[in-house]
Design a binder for this molecule. Structure first.
Ligand SMILES: [Zn+2]
Length: 299
């Protein structure tokens, strides 16, 4: 358990609490967990992405004696929680508005659905490592959420060796100033380093801005790669904004991109290595064509 937590980037009291047997299950221990089923519910935890926070990363809650009642950060007063659930709980018990946080939950749910995530199992490598090194423990098996229809087909493939190439592109039909958002589409090509095609996506995603479509394409591409058991990726997009933001070189100032940014960096944390680079549009031609194909299906 402590090993699993460490693999998620946890340090300090939480790990100590797990070592001493106070935390026996990788599960959000809040009275009410808000992590969407689409993300895997209370058992889903994200590794802390570099340079940013994630709503679903493991955090520490002083419980059953709350901090405000003098509860200390000791192993026996520690509950594993999602960062956002912890915050929601705090707001709820203080009568503060939780509207904004609920909107984040909703956005996470939509992103998960958009990325067509079956259930991003908590860092597969970490779990495998625990299984290999720890003697069988008497704790009950982790509960699996009921899978959505067709989920069997989405199961993760066996891990693949070596680098794979991922090209992503997103675009929309364009609009005049003041006009409503137009339909957008994503294009994704996953290939081996010898350029042999592995899988591709050409899909409408409904009305969206250009930047949202670019983010959604990257998220769909990473999800696709993960499903194919790919561990190391060289990813290319012609969106400078996505590259700069995901690589942490520029801040995400647009609230509507924040969730997508967090989903993308959360997914990246599951890979052994991801290098995301900008390429000129001409070098992203296949992904660009898949976007056009999808948009052309609207006529
Ligand atoms: Zn939770």
């Amino acid at each position: 358990m402590a090993r699993e937590l460490r693999a998620l980037g946890v340090k300090g009291t939480l790990v100590r609490a797990a070592e001493l047997g106070y935390i026996t299950e990788l599960k959000c221990g809040m009275p009410k967990c808000f992590c969407p089923e689409e993300w895997g519910g209370a058992s889903y935890f994200e590794r802390r992405p570099t340079r940013s926070w994630s709503d679903w990363e493991p955090t520490h809650k002083h419980f059953p004696i709350p901090k405000r009642d003098g509860g200390k950060a000791t192993p026996d007063n520690t509950v594993l929680a999602h960062r956002l659930c912890n915050r929601l709980d705090y707001s709820l018990s203080n009568g503060r508005s939780i509207e904004k946080d609920l909107a984040r939950v909703q956005a996470a749910r939509e992103s998960a659905a958009a990325a067509n995530l079956p259930h991003p199992a908590p860092a597969a490598e970490a779990v495998a490592e625990v299984a290999a090194h720890e003697p069988p423990s008497p704790r009950p098996p982790r509960k699996r959420k009921p899978e959505p229809p067709g989920a069997e087909a989405e199961a993760l493939a066996a891990p693949k060796r070596g680098y794979f190439l991922l090209n992503t592109d997103g675009g929309n039909l364009g609009r005049g100033p003041g006009e409503p958002l137009t339909h957008a589409a994503i294009g994704v090509v996953l290939r081996t380093r010898r350029l042999i095609p592995v899988a591709q996506i050409s899909e409408l995603i409904g009305p969206a801005t250009h930047n949202v479509a670019e983010y959604r394409a990257l998220i769909a591409g990473l999800t696709l790669a993960r499903r194919h058991g790919v561990r190391q990726i060289r990813a290319y997009t012609d969106s400078e904004l996505v590259v700069e933001q995901v690589n942490g070189r520029s801040a995400v100032r647009q609230a509507h991109l924040n969730e997508l940014h967090e989903v993308a960096t959360g997914l990246i944390a599951h890979f052994q290595s991801v290098r995301l680079s900008w390429v000129p549009r001409e070098m992203n031609a296949e992904a660009d064509q898949l976007v056009r194909n999808a948009l052309a299906s609207l006529d």
